[in-house]
Structure formats: structure tokens, C-alpha cells
Design a protein around this ligand. Structure first.
Ligand code: G6Q
Length: 544
């Protein structure tokens, strides 16, 4: 049963507050000294992933208090509501069922009494058939040539997920095909792709849930104009364009045959959609079998999340530990540091997943949240690049930044000793962050007196380490689902709706109002504030 009293006044929250006073004085070295087995005691294995959460400022008591809070707030029930298809996205009155995208065919998930799983598998079959045709050279452009380049045009949830997963799984892709992702309305993004694309061999996947998004439709129209111009026929559009959307009417208006439209549903949020038809370009690249492995990986994590007890549940633990720093240590950001070049886009993907989901300041009862932090700022870059850039601030800055290190035992592209060198850093950095370098150690190095203070690392910086054998479709599916559910856990505790995005919607409306003020012949009356008015006037002068 969920408690009725407000979060920060609940006895469990107050108990955590009190416990924090004690833990804030504690050093990770002390915790490791007290328990020589801490490194393995505070670890958990799920599927391919081993999570070491021992380098966190937590004790068994911290975890017990956090789990008690989650229990009191009815977390298990909230998880069940999502899996059961209840309309937990209350502001849009929608179910939240990305888990249905990877449900096995025999599962039943009801939305308004209707099992959605058969429709999911029907679209997957359509995607598989299409992908096989493109991959085997059996899908032809209007001049009879097979497709060699696939360009996904989409933005936000219709871009970041498939683009991230394509980069991650490129080593499993058919290298005869080039896949590009174009998102930005800045014409350079599309122009750079068209510069090297052969229109006869190029296929565009216009990927937009609403099919009204300004950036995507502008890019798609420009791509269509380029194609028609190059191939000399409007008839070419149906051979070189397919759509991923929920809006058949707009797809038809654009000139795409709805037979070549891949659908999805309002219960799939954009940022949770890369395993729906939104992943079509990814499936073309890696093939249906590998895509199935991705889904299986996610399903494995879903089953774990739904069934494991809270204290042995990986997304729950990561969510609660994150909340511990966010709400009790006031850490404002988290760094996600994949020691994998292939996961280069993973931090950007997570930024949307986490920040768009939990960047909210009103609770589910419509009350303003002004006495606790919600979603953290998420950032990161692949290691070891970040080490030569921003890690300095993590080691010696004044801000607390909990970090997630993600690494693999086997290289994606084995080459000499590269991988052992890479991974030596993966192990060294969390160690240095946790235990630092004491004054005694600095002096023992014979450092000049004036430099001693500057060279001390206090340690105290907390990390999770996630280690798997290899980056594969399955381990990627598990990893993404892990973070999806972690975000869910935090949103549930903060009592917010992690599944709407009214701030994003606002951006879509605001820019539209300004377009005519930039394009009209005569300078119109600008009714903005004096800053915006001056900037627009200057822009008009400069572009003339
Ligand atoms: C995701 C957001 C947002 C959305 C894009 C693209 O959760 O809603 O990032 O995915 O704005 O929207 P369309 O797919 O409708 O073009």
C-alpha cells in the first residue's frame, strides 16, 4: 500500500535523512577495511551483466532503508501496473508498454481488453520481410539497382535509440550497406549525407511517430526534392521512401505508399521506441536474427525487473543508489562512462531517456515539487577519451558526481593489446576515485612541499562498475532495459510521470510562431521581449 503522506515527510525518508548524517562522514576506504569481502558482497549478476556497486557510500543499513522506502511507496505494485498495461502515463492517458515490444509471442498484455502482443509480432514480421529484401538486394530503386545506403530521417526518440544501437552493433552489420541517421534541421546534416549518396541506390526511412515533426518533415521533403530532381520522376518516391509512423494519413499525403509504412502505437513513448518499427534501419543493418537477440536481451532484463526481490533487483538497486546521492547528498549530475567506442552514443541516448523522463517538477497529484530534486543531469563520453578531458573535475573538483563505468572483457575489434590497455583504465579510474591518494602517499613520492596539497586526491567519489563479456545485441538489449527500468524506479519514488514531455511539446510550438518573422518581406511587428526583438532584427539584417 502506498503511503499517503508526502515523500519528504514520510518516516522512511526521515530515517534516510538521519542515516545520511552518519554516512556523510564515512570514507570508502573505511567501508572496505571493515568488510574485506565488500567488493563481492555488494555485487549482482543478471544475464550478461555483472554489477559491482561496492564503491558506493552505502552500507547494508543504507540499502535496507532505501528498500523500505521503495516498499512503503508501493514500488512493486507500480512495476506491476506498467507490465499490466495500466494507463500510468496519466497526463496523456496512455499505457506505457515498451516491454510489450519484446514480449514473446505467447505472452498476453492487455490494453482495454485487447492483447497487444500479436500486433507487435505482426509488425516485426513485416520489418523482417522488408529487411531481408533490402539486405539481399531484392528491393530495387526505380532504375533497377539494389539499395546500398539507408538514411533514417527522424529526431529525438525517432533517432537517438536506433542511431546509438547501430553504432553499438556496427560490427554485426552488413558492411555492404551504409546506414546514416539524419536528425538536425540544420541543412548541413542532410547535405553531408546527400553529398556522398547515390540517389539510385539510396532508401530513406522517414521515422516519425506523429509525422508532423518540423525537423523530420523538413529533412524528408528536402530529401524527396533531391531524389526527384536526380532521378527525374515523382514516381521514384515510392521506391526510395518508406515510413515508420502512427499517422497513416500524413504518410499518404507525403507520397509514401502505406503498404511501406511500419506502424507502432501510442503506448510506445518516443524515447522508449528503438525496439519498435523505429528500429527498422537498425534491423536492416544487423539483420532480423540479431534484432531478435536484442529483443531477447531486453526481455531477460524485463523478467528480472518484474520478478526479482527489490534488494536483489539490478534496476531497483541502481535507481535507489542514484536517488541516495541525488536526494541526500544533493549530487546534481551523474556521469555515464562506457569504456567502449561502440557505445559512443550511449550517454547521449541516456540523456534523453533519463532527463526527458524524470525532468519533472510536478508530482502525480499535480503538486509542485520544491523540496526534493528529481531527475539528475546525465552526461558522459567514452573512456579513455574523457580521462584526458573532464575526469579532472571528478577527481578533484568541488562537486559530487556519481559515475557508472561500463566495460567489456572482449573487444569489439580485437587489435594487439589495445583492449587490455583500455580495460586497465576501466579498473584504475574507479579505484582512484574511491580511494584517492593520501598526503602520506603523495609525500612518499618525494613531491615538493608546495605541491603536496594540490596532488592529494581525497577519494570519496562513488562509482558503479558494469562489466559484461562482450557487446552483443543481447547484452545491449539488457543494458538499455536496465537503464529504462532504473529511470522507472526513480520516477516512481519521486511520484512523477516519467512518460510525458510537455517541455518538448512547448519547443515544437514556440519556434513555429517565429518562422514568419524571419521569412516575411517586411519586418513585422515583433511582439517579444526587447532581447528577442533585437536578436531577430539583427538576424534579418545579417542574412540579407
Ligand atoms: C520522446 C519525445 C521526442 C520525440 C521526437 C520525435 O520521447 O517525445 O523526442 O521522439 O520529438 O517525435 P516524432 O517521432 O513524432 O517525430
Amino acid at each position: 500500500m502506498a503511503v499517503e503522506n508526502y515523500l519528504v515527510e514520510s518516516p522512511d525518508w526521515l530515517a534516510l535523512n538521519e542515516h545520511h548524517q552518519e554516512m556523510a562522514q564515512c570514507h570508502l576506504s573505511d567501508l572496505f577495511r571493515q568488510n574485506p569481502n565488500r567488493g563481492t558482497d555488494l555485487s549482482l549478476e543478471v544475464g550478461d551483466w555483472y554489477l559491482d556497486y561496492s564503491k558506493n557510500l552505502i552500507t547494508r543499513r543504507t540499502l535496507a532503508l532505501l528498500v523500505k522506502l521503495a516498499e512503503a511507496l508501493g514500488l512493486a505494485g507500480r512495476i506491476e501496473q506498467m507490465f499490466a498495461g495500466q494507463r500510468i502515463n496519466i497526463t496523456e492517458n496512455r499505457s506505457v508498454l515498451h516491454v510489450a515490444l519484446r514480449a514473446s509471442e505467447d505472452q498476453e498484455i492487455l490494453v482495454d481488453g485487447l492483447n497487444v502482443v500479436p500486433a507487435v509480432h505482426q509488425v516485426l514480421s513485416q520489418m523482417r520481410a522488408f529487411s531481408r529484401r533490402v539486405r539481399s538486394g531484392d528491393w530495387f530503386g526505380i532504375t533497377g539497382k539494389p539499395i546500398r545506403r539507408v538514411v533514417n530521417i527522424g529526431i529525438g526518440g525517432s533517432d537517438l535509440g536506433p542511431a546509438m544501437a547501430y553504432e553499438a552493433l556496427k560490427s554485426f552489420s552488413d558492411r555492404r550497406l551504409t546506414v546514416n541517421f539524419v536528425s538536425n534541421i540544420d541543412s548541413t546534416h542532410l547535405a553531408e549525407v546527400l553529398r556522398v549518396a547515390d540517389p539510385e541506390e539510396t532508401l530513406f526511412v522517414v521515422c516519425s511517430k506523429t509525422f508532423t515533426t518540423q525537423e523530420t518533415l523538413t529533412n524528408a521533403r528536402s530529401a524527396r526534392a533531391w531524389l526527384v530532381d536526380a532521378l527525374g520522376s515523382v514516381g521514384a518516391v515510392k521506391h526510395h521512401f518508406v515510413a515508420v509512423s502512427t499517422n497513416a494519413e500524413e504518410v499518404t499525403k507525403f507520397g509514401i505508399d502505406t503498404a511501406n509504412m511500419f506502424g507502432f502505437w501510442d503506448w510506445v513513448g518516443g524515447r522508449y521506441s528503438y525496439e519498435s518499427a523505429v528500429g527498422l534501419a537498425l534491423m536492416v543493418a544487423i539483420g532480423p536474427e540479431r534484432f531478435d537477440e536484442l529483443l531477447e536481451g531486453s526481455r531477460l532484463m524485463d523478467v528480472h525487473f518484474r520478478t526479482a526481490p527489490l534488494e536483489r533487483n539490478m534496476p531497483v538497486l541502481m535507481g535507489l543508489i542514484g536517488l541516495w546521492y541525488n536526494n541526500f547528498f544533493n549530487a546534481e549530475s551523474i556521469a555515464v562512462l562506457p569504456y567502449s567506442q561502440a557505445l559512443g552514443r550511449f550517454p547521449a541516448y541516456l540523456q534523453q531517456l533519463d532527463m526527458e523522463s524524470n525532468g519533472k517538477s510536478v508530482d502525480l497529484k499535480g503538486r509542485a515539487i520544491d523540496d526534493y530534486q528529481t531527475g539528475p543531469i546525465v552526461w558522459g563520453e567514452p573512456g579513455t577519451n574523457g580521462q584526458h578531458a573532464f575526469y579532472q573535475l571528478i577527481h578533484q573538483g568541488t562537486t559530487m558526481i556519481p559515475c557508472d563505468f561500463i566495460g567489456f572483457a572482449q573487444a569489439t575489434d580485437p587489435l594487439g593489446e589495445h583492449h587490455d590497455l583500455l580495460m586497465s583504465n576501466f579498473f584504475a579510474q574507479p579505484e582512484a576515485m574511491a580511494f584517492g591518494k593520501s598526503e602520506v602517499e603523495v609525500r612518499a613520492d618525494g613531491v615538493k612541499e608546495a605541491q603536496v596539497e594540490h596532488r592529494i586526491m581525497h577519494g570519496y567519489h562513488t562509482t558503479n562498475s558494469l562489466l559484461a563479456r562482450k557487446l552483443t545485441p543481447s547484452s545491449l538489449g539488457q543494458l538499455v532495459a536496465l537503464y529504462e527500468h532504473k529511470v522507472f524506479v526513480q520516477g516512481a519514488i519521486w511520484n512523477i510521470n516519467s512518460f510525458d514531455q510537455w517541455g518538448v511539446e512547448l519547443g515544437k510550438v514556440l519556434a513555429k510562431r517565429i518562422v514568419p518573422e524571419l521569412t516575411s518581406e517586411e519586418l513585422p511587428d515583433l511582439g517579444h521581449d526587447s532581447s528577442t526583438n533585437a536578436l531577430i532584427s539583427r538576424y534579418r539584417k545579417l542574412k540579407a
